[in-house]
Design a binder for this molecule. Structure first.
Ligand code: ZN
Length: 357
């Protein structure tokens, strides 16, 4: 009878979220390290790195309000219930079955939520955030008994849909590698000036900083040759890399064509010598092309640029597009595209590091 009632009354909406497909062993302790619900309606979670979360939402029914929960690997030591406030009725921390932890947020019956807009976002390897409600907008009150009239939706709560999440980047041995990233030009030397006055120095500095962050999140040590607009010659960049004994050196530039031809676009990556340099160049070139559809592949080439010729480690110089080209410039203006390029460069580097071990 109870089963029957459950089936009849409960309308489950399940939303799954798989953040990392790696199979984790059964943990003895919970992957959930900490949680907080802020006044602005944001739930923040802190977990062990690379954990696999599953989030669910169940629409209200006659006997309870909306419910949101997240399952974590690993068993919770002390199950507990905390009285909620505002729209939240209570928060429960439990172990639904052996080796699991469940965080349940039970909303008050009269609360109307909009789970369609919810996105559980991975901030980094161990931090998550989801906005559950907006305290600025009053919650629509629905009389008792009417709740079942709410439309049953079937939508996904998922991680922010981004192909550029660091989560998808290859894993390499932590703390093993040192990478020097060299944002070209700087200070009085703006590098190429493109359509609308877009400056190479600005573009490559932003891209380089994002590459650094992405690689750092993967446990790679990264040093930038410059972090702001300074006048930095080529020899100091080289000696910096040589003195820090970096594993690889990646100089990031953007192109300009002679006569500022708007029809010339494309990406190219240079190395000076050695199969390692060539391999690194190939890995990066492949990835930057993927995020720049339609922009020509100008190839992996040998080049005699000072910084790649004089550095002692495998070194490449990547040209992420033509600031003077119509197609490339329009993209390079945008932070979203710079992020994509940074992601691509980071991916190429990680693939290389993974390969050479
Ligand atoms: Zn340049």
């Amino acid at each position: 009878m109870i089963k029957f009632l459950e089936n009849k009354l409960f309308r489950y909406l399940f939303f799954f979220l798989f953040l990392n497909s790696s199979i984790l062993p059964v943990k003895s302790s919970s992957d959930l390290a900490a949680w907080a619900i802020k006044n602005n309606g944001v739930l923040e979670l802190r977990t062990k790195s690379n954990t696999k979360l599953k989030a669910y939402f169940q629409k209200a029914n006659q006997i309870s309000g909306d419910r949101f929960w997240v399952d974590f690997p690993g068993e919770l030591k002390n199950p507990r219930t905390i009285k909620g406030n505002g729209p939240i009725k209570e928060i429960r921390l439990g172990k639904p079955n052996k080796g699991k932890t469940r965080l349940v947020i039970e909303f008050k019956e009269e609360i109307y939520l909009k789970p369609l807009t919810w996105r559980l976002v991975g901030l980094d390897q161990n931090r998550w955030r989801i906005k559950l409600f907006d305290p600025k907008y009053p919650f629509k009150k629905i009389g008792e008994g009417l709740v079942v009239k709410r439309k049953v939706n079937q939508n996904l709560i998922r991680t922010k849909k981004s192909d550029y999440s660091y989560l998808k980047l290859p894993d390499v041995k932590q703390n093993k590698f040192l990478v020097v990233i060299d944002p070209g030009h700087g200070g009085p030397d703006p590098g190429a000036i493109g359509i609308g006055g877009i400056r190479e120095t600005d573009v490559v500095l932003e891209v380089s900083k994002i590459v650094k962050n992405l690689l750092s999140e993967k446990g790679v040590n990264v040093r930038l040759t410059r972090i702001n607009e300074v006048d930095l010659g080529l020899p100091p960049r080289v000696s910096f890399a040589n003195n820090t004994d970096a594993d690889i050196f990646v100089s990031i530039h953007a192109n300009a064509s002679r006569g500022k031809r708007r029809d010339i676009n494309g990406l190219e990556t240079f190395y000076y010598r050695g199969w390692r340099g060539r391999l690194l160049a190939k890995k990066i070139q492949k990835q930057i092309l993927r995020v720049s559809p339609g922009s020509p592949d100008r190839g992996v080439k040998q080049g005699r640029f000072y910084v790649i010729k004089n550095t002692r480690m495998p070194a490449v110089l990547v040209e992420i597009g033509f600031l003077t080209g119509r197609l490339d410039a329009r993209r390079l203006e945008k932070t979203t595209h710079r992020k994509r390029l940074a992601y691509a460069i980071a991916k190429g580097i990680l693939e290389y590091l993974y390969k050479i071990g």
